[in-house]
Design a protein. Structure first.
Length: 577
């Protein structure tokens, strides 16, 4: 049994005894009691103190290393201390503790609220405000006034063990300045808690629900301090007792909200158990991310897997992921030993859920590692596809360059040569040299034939009209020059990227040539867009197709498309979104 468990076991009966002792003291001498002599006051006192202690112990048992639970339990004890400043307490030690801890509950509750649920203060400002509140409550309003407080004329008052020298003026001065300073730090606490409430309201609902009653309690204590300024000391008249009961109600709501958070934590653990079962069924790519988002209640959550070979991160489908979190998000790495396996981009407020994030990640670790391996394979396939696409694009670019070089170079030279031959032929005809005229005429015809062949070759390499006028115009030209009748049906006039248009054009070219080899008498062509893909369909009446057109399938596959080869039908689908 650990030391913390011994403490929790010991605190429960001590809290019960302290509460009953406080109520008994109030009932014995109700004039000086905060709870008064009524049953309602006693119930309020016990409910507030015991609920704080109970919620603190329950939280402590669930999260032994978290300081919030002990803080809340101590605050529950401190709630009973003001009642011990009653002269009817009957014990010097209790009387002295009551005087020193008159307002000790307030800084403890404030500290717990600011640290909820992680048990840690978030900033230097939080630390400074909490430290000053402890100093003000325990020293300026507790210890210092107690050292100069002498209950002159109070024959039933127990001995003040902290008394050094009775001084009524100094006692009043300590209380007056303590109240002024207390109002200051209480207002700052209210602002800090309200700011955190606003930030938590959108995501960490559990935190927001707990902070609201804590803010109400701090505001009521502030009101009580402000009202006590005129008399220079905290009182317990009927109005003060009414405010005190409202404070008890707020503290009870705070404790109830903490317990509600623990219940939600338990439900989350049940969700984790379901998550383990779901992830054990080898889900589809991306299902791990969806399950984590549902379990953690964060629809914006992203799960990225690290590629060991490149150090980059990809999603479940192998696509690159940018790990830079948006505003209000945080990144939590998932490690295998010291090596990062994946990373979770999640709502920053999830860090307020003690242990929940780590429990979910621990439960999903095997599934994450399995999908990480699958994502690595998909990423490699994506790299291969991208590499194939770059090869096709590079080939098309090189064809365009050759077409331009032939058009601007060899074709122009042949045109110039044909012109020079015609000029020479005209001059020779004038001289009536029949043999030379015949020779020049033959050379001119050969130059025209070479020019026609060169133009046809350049057009076959990459038709300039495809880049200049688009796919529809290029197909019309192709249909006019085809070796068999080509019927163009529905052909989109929309322009697409160069690789997409080139793939569609080559599909039609290869389909026409294949149909001609199979002795078809016609080919029909349709080109349209469907669900982000450019669909090219060719039909003919030739003999049964035997060629799988592998080279064409490779070109289309490099762009992430597909080719269906039928007996007399060809259908290509090329992504064009």
């Amino acid at each position: 049994m650990t030391f913390g468990r011994y403490c929790r076991i010991a605190i429960a009966p001590l809290a019960a005894a302290a509460g009953l002792f406080s109520v008994a003291t109030a009932q014995h001498d109700p004039i000086w009691a905060f709870a008064g002599g009524s049953t309602l006051g006693g119930v309020a006192e016990l409910a507030a103190g015991w609920s704080l202690v109970g919620a603190g112990l329950l939280f402590w048992s669930r999260h032994p290393k978290n300081r919030f639970g002990p803080l809340l339990a101590v605050a529950g004890f401190a709630w009973f201390l003001p009642e011990w400043s009653n002269p009817g307490v009957g014990t010097a030690l209790g009387f002295t503790l009551g005087l020193v801890g008159l307002v000790a509950c307030t800084p403890l509750v404030a500290h717990a609220a600011l640290a909820y649920p992680t048990g840690r203060l978030r900033s230097g400002l939080d630390v400074a405000v909490v430290a000053s509140s402890y100093a003000g409550a325990l020293i300026l309003l507790g210890l210092l006034p107690t050292t100069v407080f002498e209950a002159a004329g109070c024959f039933q008052c127990p001995q003040n063990l902290a008394l050094t020298r009775g001084n009524l003026e100094l006692f009043e001065a300590f209380n007056r300045y303590g109240l002024w300073i207390g109002i200051g730090w209480l207002l700052v606490l209210c602002v800090l808690l309200a700011w955190r409430l606003v930030r938590a309201a959108q995501a960490a609902v559990v935190v927001a629900v707990a902070l609201a009653p804590a803010i109400v309690y701090i505001a009521l204590v502030t009101w009580e301090f402000q009202r006590s300024l005129a008399r220079g000391i905290l009182g317990n008249d009927s109005f003060d007792q009414g405010v005190w009961r409202l404070e008890a109600l707020a503290l009870g709501a705070f404790a109830l909200a903490v317990v509600g958070g623990l219940v939600r934590d338990r439900q989350a653990r049940a969700s984790v158990a379901r998550l383990v079962v779901e992830l054990g069924e080898m889900p589809k790519p991306g299902a791990v991310r969806d399950a984590l988002a549902l379990t953690l209640g964060d629809p914006r959550l992203e799960l990225a897997y690290r590629r060991p070979d490149t150090g980059r991160y990809v999603d479940g489908l192998g696509r690159l992921v940018d790990l830079r979190p948006d505003r209000g998000q945080a990144v939590t790495p998932l490690l295998r030993g010291d090596m990062p396996v994946a990373a979770l981009v999640h709502d920053a407020n999830l860090s307020d859920e003690p242990g929940l994030l780590q429990e979910v990640l621990a439960a999903a670790r095997i599934a994450v590692e399995n999908e990480q391996l699958q994502a690595e394979v998909r990423a490699q396939l994506e790299d291969l596809r991208a590499s194939r696409a770059r090869i096709v694009e590079t080939g098309d670019a090189e064809r365009r360059r050759l077409e331009r070089d032939l058009h601007d170079g060899a074709q122009q030279l042949l045109v110039a040569l044909s012109y020079d031959l015609r000029v020479a032929q005209s001059r020779v005809e004038a001289d009536a040299d029949l043999e030379l005229t015949t020779l020049l005429l033959s050379a001119g015809e050969k130059a025209q034939t070479a020019l026609g062949d060169l133009r046809e070759l350049a057009h076959g390499i990459y038709p300039a009209i495809l880049a200049e006028a688009g796919l529809a115009a290029a197909l019309e030209t192709l249909a006019d020059e085809a070796p068999l009748p080509v019927e163009l049906g529905n052909v989109t006039l929309e322009r697409y990227g160069e690789p997409v248009e080139a793939a569609a054009y080559r599909t039609v070219v290869e389909g026409i040539h294949d149909a001609a080899e199979r002795e078809a008498t016609f080919v029909s062509v349709d080109v349209g867009r469907e669900e982000g893909r450019l669909i090219v369909t060719l039909r003919d009446d030739g003999t049964q197709r035997t060629s799988p057109l592998v080279h064409l399938a490779d070109r289309i596959g490099a762009l992430g498309g597909s080719l269906e080869v039928g007996e007399t039908r060809l259908r290509a689908a090329v992504p064009c979104a």
